[in-house]
Design a protein around this ligand. Structure first.
Ligand code: HEC
Length: 126
């Protein structure tokens, strides 16, 4: 009769540990990041606005869907005015005046409207 392989219990333990670690990761993943439909717009927001306005819920909550549309209209005219004279806003004003903003406008607006304070789809529990 063959003796049991001494490496076996260690292998089983390692496997168990890996499974446990894996489950831990699965549980941790959704926390912190909001589940949104407009993911590209969210990326634009996170890059241009979140440093000062938070991760999304806070930011979007600043206005209603209609107000966001207006704020971003006419090349971000109102939004630029709101940031003029505020501290450290040179970069965001430069962004709003750039062709890059024109390109990103539609998706950014969609994202902001998703989180607007009159939106029905605000993901509150994440
Ligand atoms: C460097 C920091 C900074 C960045 C980046 C920034 N903001 Fe602001 N924002 C401010 C400050 C400061 C104010 C004026 C004070 C206030 O109303 O909170 C403001 C005001 C606003 C307001 C008016 C809020 C109100 O209560 O009337 C809106 C809307 C807004 N920002 C949206 C945005 C969006 C959208 C972006 C990204 C494109 C952005 N901000 C990027 C600092 C920033």
């Amino acid at each position: 009769m063959r003796l049991p392989d001494p490496a076996r219990p260690t292998l089983v333990l390692s496997a168990l540990l890996l499974i446990l670690l894996g489950l831990g990761n699965l549980e941790a993943r959704p926390r912190g990041k909001h589940v949104v439909k407009e993911k590209i717009g969210q990326r634009y927001y996170l890059r241009a606005c979140s440093a000062c306005h938070g991760a999304g819920k806070l930011g979007g909550n600043m206005a209603t869907q209609a107000e966001w549309k207006e704020l971003l209209a006419h090349h971000g005219k109102e939004l630029i005015e709101l940031h003029e004279g505020e501290e450290n806003t040179t970069a965001v004003i430069r962004y709003l005046k750039s062709p890059q903003f024109e390109k990103e406008h539609d998706r950014l607006l969609k994202f902001l409207q998703e989180f607007a304070n009159d939106s029905e789809s605000i993901p509150t529990c994440y």
